[in-house]
Design a protein around this ligand. Structure first.
Ligand code: IPM
Ligand code: MN
Length: 372
């Protein structure tokens, strides 16, 4: 298969982790005879610095012309504490999502057997957790009208949804549930918000087309609690934009590190793949960042194009690295932690030689003796 991929590595640790995902995709291309080409473009704070615009026209044009976008991270502390800033890096990502029509953000959350002890939650609570979060991505409070009064003393953000916006992501969520454990939980705040009541009505109607899938409703405050009390009860979670943003960060604790959570943002014409973590500016350039979320996002890209065997090989490589403890410091002790690039190298090598001895790999990569 031929794929042209836009590489938008962005800010902070974005370039480091994206480089590993790209390396992995290149290894897959070589092993499976595909042709993946990459074109880089600016986005985020770095784009503001160079062009004044967090999403330059050239970048948007490239994303529209390519088959998929591989996205790194966005954000810089110099904008975070400046409420008066007129342009913000995040605007680049939001505009990109809107312009590409990426209305569904899919975030898988899994408790890896080998990482159970890394989570602050008890092993017996998280063991076996396997959730797929379907977060609406181009509507709601993120995109509703924003107002600030002339005197600057009052402000508002409108949360608006149309039936159409709810329907299209609901179908994706129900179809996903059919291939999983046949359950959708709609997370909302229907006891307070009119927009949530519309979600309940529309999703309830759509569920009739999927008689095998059980539909549950949960208020977001309760869902936040249930996620850490009994995460195994969830299969597919369907929710609006901001609730999805919040509960997916919360759910990342189940996996042991936010550095593991990948995501796919899809629409009818375009698709973008990005880790759910931020730009982690403190770690920039230090080789500390965990590249696995980015690498698993690349696996989601492969899946999106029907390259199931390829995606599974990447997932197997990731699981092996986790099992062998070839991990960055978020999942490892200071002494044993390896760098961002080393994790990428290991995963790349696994793709080239999936059947080689684990131990040799470990030793070679850690620069230790290979006598076993
Ligand atoms: C995410 C991020 C973004 C969001 C920010 C960077 C705008 O937190 O992808 O979850 O809020 O959607
Ligand atoms: Mn977020």
């Amino acid at each position: 298969m031929k794929l042209h991929i836009a590489e938008l590595s962005g800010d902070g640790i974005g370039p480091e982790v994206t480089a590993q995902a790209k390396k992995v995709l290149q290894a897959i291309a070589q092993e499976f005879n595909h042709k993946f080409t990459f074109s880089k473009a600016l986005v985020g704070a770095i784009a503001i610095d160079k062009t004044g615009n967090p999403l330059p026209d050239e970048t948007l044009k490239l994303c529209k012309e390519t088959d998929a976008v591989l996205f790194g991270a966005i954000g810089d502390p110099k904008y975070d504490n400046d409420p008066a800033a007129k342009v913000r890096p995040e605007q680049g990502l939001l505009k990109l999502r809107k312009e590409l029509g990426l209305y569904a953000n899919i975030r898988p959350v899994k408790a890896y057997e080998t990482l159970l002890e890394k989570s602050p939650l008890k092993e017996e609570i998280i063991r076996g957790t396997d959730i797929s979060i379907y977060r609406e991505l181009t509507g709601g409070i993120y995109f509703g009208e924003k107002k600030i009064s002339k005197d600057g003393n009052s402000a508002s953000d409108l949360c608006e949804y149309s039936k159409h916006e709810i329907e299209r992501i609901a179908h994706l969520a129900f179809n996903a549930a059919k291939t999983r454990r046949n359950k959708v939980t709609l997370v909302d705040k229907a006891n307070v918000l009119e927009s949530s009541r519309l979600w309940r009505k529309v999703v309830g109607e759509i569920s009739k087309q999927y008689p095998k899938v059980k539909l549950d409703f949960l208020f977001v405050d309760n869902a936040a609690m249930q996620l850490i009390l009994n995460p195994k009860q969830f299969d597919v979670i369907l929710t609006e934009n901001m609730f999805g943003d919040i509960i997916s960060d919360e759910a990342s604790v189940i996996g042991g590190s936010i550095g593991l959570l990948a995501s796919a943002s899809v629409g009818d014409q375009h698709a973008l793949f990005e880790p759910i973590h931020g730009s982690y500016p403190q770690a920039k350039g230090k080789g500390l960042a965990n590249p696995i979320a980015s690498i698993l996002s690349a696996a989601m890209l492969l899946e999106h194009f029907g390259l199931q065997d390829e995606a599974e090989l990447v997932q197997a490589a990731v699981e092996r690295s986790l099992k062998l403890g070839i991990t960055t410091s978020d999942l490892n002790t200071k002494q044993k932690a390896v760098s961002t690039t080393k994790v990428g190298d290991f995963i790349q090598d696994f793709i080239y030689h999936p059947n080689d001895s684990n131990q040799n790999f470990t030793n070679i990569h850690l620069g230790q003796s290979t006598i076993i």
